[in-house]
Ligand binder design. Sequence first.
Ligand code: MCA
Ligand code: AMP
Length: 493
Amino acid sequence: MLSIFNQAQRHPNSTAILDSTGEYSYGSLWEKSSQIAAYLLEGQADLNQARVGFMLSPGINYVATLWGIWKAGGIAVPLCLTYPLPSLTYVIEDTNAMLLVVEPMYQGILQDYALEKGIRLLDVNHLQQKKATASLPQIEVDRGALILYTSGTTSLPKGVLSTHANLEAQISTLIHAWEWTASDHTLCLLPLHHVHGLVNVTCCALWAGATLQFLHPFQAEEVFSIFLDGKVNVFMAVPTIYFKLIAEFDSYSENQKKALTNCMSPFRLMVSGSAALPASVMERWKAVSGHTLLERYGMTEIGMAISNPYRGERRTGAIGTPLSGVQVRLVDEDYEEVAIGTPGEIQVKGPGVFASYWGKAEATQKAFTEDGWFKTGDIAVVERGYYRILGRDSIDIIKSGGYKISALEIEEVLRSHALIKDCAVIGIPNEEWGELVAAVLVTEAALDLSELKDWLKERLPSYKSPKVYQILADLPRNAMGKVVKNELKPLFS
Ligand code: MCA
Ligand code: AMP
């Protein structure tokens, strides 16, 4: 049996999930997921790593479907809830998912497409209406478990395939490092098509037998009102969310502030990650909650690799030391390890490192050194024993709101607009979002930016859409004809 199911089996009466529809025990999660597995199997003995896409709100149905896919022997492909149709179909076609599980509110967007392509579109509520039983296959941990999409230096996102063994390594590392237990109660408000929300929060809580409360969509006021219930003791978020919570806190009366600080100070743990945590946010959050945020570093391909300690000094601006079981080295351009204090690329090895980019053997091979180190593309330095991130080796990767965004993907979409002759997309520093997506356009004729925004809405999720624009007669290029993006940054200052 997969280790993530252990606590559920041991403590069927403990509360597993709290969501907007109610409270669910581990026993009922177990039953629901078995029922979903039986329906997905439809008489087959094993899904044999068939990809199953699912588009569900965070909550009991989400987790029961994830577990149901795993119990039936499938590979889970979580779909982003805010993707427009072209982004969804890209993922569905790339993984060749012939089974999709949705709830009614997401049925509309996929219905015609699924019909046209002969894909089975299953309503999650329907899956649970009738009792279904099936003998479930034995799942070996070296099977594929999950495909998450991540943007990189290629224009289209790549599917990161992790096996059950990879996930078990990622989860057990965090359970140990951050001392998760069955008495924990965490609030998940992060999207579930990324490692942060899915592995670090959801899977860790389930592995530990803890209570997992969902809030969707994120609303700062709601977060505080849940905190005031006094049950949550573990909280994880991206820096943008802490920024937004601080802004909400600042709008409260002195009495409300006091009550909130009092209810947050007994939390066991508050974590920040997915993007650099600004020192100003770290300091303000300490004043708001009494907590020194634990900042850690990870990536979709590797899970978490480096973390400030649960017990010990949490240093502002640093990401800490390698987690147990994760090998980390800093190297120069020739992949030689650099001396302490010299910046180098972070490379990682370990059982949590992903299996492959789905269907992309060449990209997978390029991502590793010949002796098996995964090349993160992040540049760091070790100072007084702790790693500190200095930046990335590519200007084309933007981190906004904790989301990794490829400038090239956005440029390709912009270039398909009839009035856009040329363009360049860059990230510009922003305290709230980390970076803001900015676009410089060369146009054929006058372009209405609000019409452009509407046009983009049908082609890109809103977090990838440029937030600021500049129009130029031409883009600055070097002798090789390559756009000099660094010269564009001052245009937005
Ligand atoms: C949305 N808006 C933005 C951005 N996103 N503006 C600037 N930059 C952005 N990135 C605008 C929208 O256009 C909209 O404006 C308004 O903000 C509200 O949009 P909405 O989508 O509703 O925003 P939100 O709900 O407030 O979302 C903010 C958020 C979200 C909660 C911080 O971005 C989020 O969930 N981020 C987490 C991403 C994450 O989990 N990353 C982990 C991947 P208007 O109303 O004018 O249209 S990294 C990972 O997994 C690795 C392994 C790791 O290390 O963790
Ligand atoms: P993703 O591919 O979406 O999983 O994002 C992974 C990337 O997020 C990493 O390669 C880093 O660039 C960035 N990242 C994650 N955690 C941190 C952190 N604590 N500080 C700075 N960057 C981070």
